[in-house]
Design a protein around this ligand. Sequence first.
Ligand code: SAH
Ligand code: SF4
Length: 356
Amino acid sequence: MPLNILNYTHAQFVDAFRRRYGRAAHYSTAIYRQIMKTGAAAFGAMDLLAGCPELIRRLDADIIWSPGRLIQRVDDCGVIKFVTRLDDDLDIESVVIPMHRRNTVCVSSQVGCRMGCRFCRTGQMGLIRNLTPGEIVGQVFAARHRLGLDVRNVVFMGMGEPLDNLDNVLQAIRVLEDQRGLDIARRYITVSTVGLVDGIDRLARLADGPINLAVSLNAPADAIRSWIMPINRSNPMASLKAALLRYPLRKKGAFFVEYVLIEGLNDQREHASALARYLARLNVKLNLIAYNPTPESDLRAPSPEACERFHAWLLEEKVFVRRRGEKGGRIMAACGQLGGRRHLESNYAGSRTITQ
Ligand code: SAH
Ligand code: SF4
């Protein structure tokens, strides 16, 4: 079995290396650092391994660090979406968004998603499979070392529900934050959830230290939320709020709450008031997102004026709110539009295919 370094923290790799090759940390540490910091290693050219031809042969055969095949990259106004083909020929999508001088990479945690939200393209695919920790880490690795981008923030807002693949997501976070590796500080990592109450509690329990949490709320009350997000039937808003109230935020930390505005459904004055009431007592930064129409759905995008109006109502209600830019919409890179490269190819002749 090959040893995929992207699955391991430094300490875990040292351990696995010792067990497999009987060699001291000195070797594995150098190899780990070199691959994670530069994106590659040529074992035959490493001074440390000179005089160990047998070990070099075994390492060449065993150690891999492939984030999958980068098969497509699409750029739009600074936003870059890239598609990775995994070993079993499934494709996943990731997006790099320039933000406040730091690039943020939006990673997928599953191929598809089984939460079935009505407005979300990924949801329409159903769940195909969970990503491994290495496949999640691979997206950040690829952005940094294959696309050459200085990525420092990671948000789990690509395809999939991270709390439905919690063990692998937690392991990926441990690898991402390892200072001897990709060194993404925990405070720059955010997990976004549809609002799985058990998942939020498990995240709080299993993560060693606070993890930034975003919740996709998208509705001011249960009736609307259950209609657009079926998971709300078993995880209603009151229990979601209770889970958030007991979630261990970092000091002075806040939740991010996503609210996708859909014309005629959740964009009226009374919705703004109900939303403000729901958010009371929670320390929240609300992101207002205009619904990006997806081909399979008949929901409608709000006009810019409707977004402006809703934003103003929330300010009146003293909610900390900002409108999220619609960068990347044209290339279907915006959130909720991840989920199918055939569609992307047929619509955007400007995209180019990468062969590696
Ligand atoms: N499953 C997690 C992580 C994916 S994040 C979650 O739902 O939070 C995907 C984000 O994009 C969510 O905040 C979701 O509300 C938003 N989204 C999904 N479909 C969208 C669409 N068509 N237009 C705008 N935002 C959308
Ligand atoms: Fe899954 Fe999130 Fe899309 Fe809902 S919004 S279907 S939870 S990816």
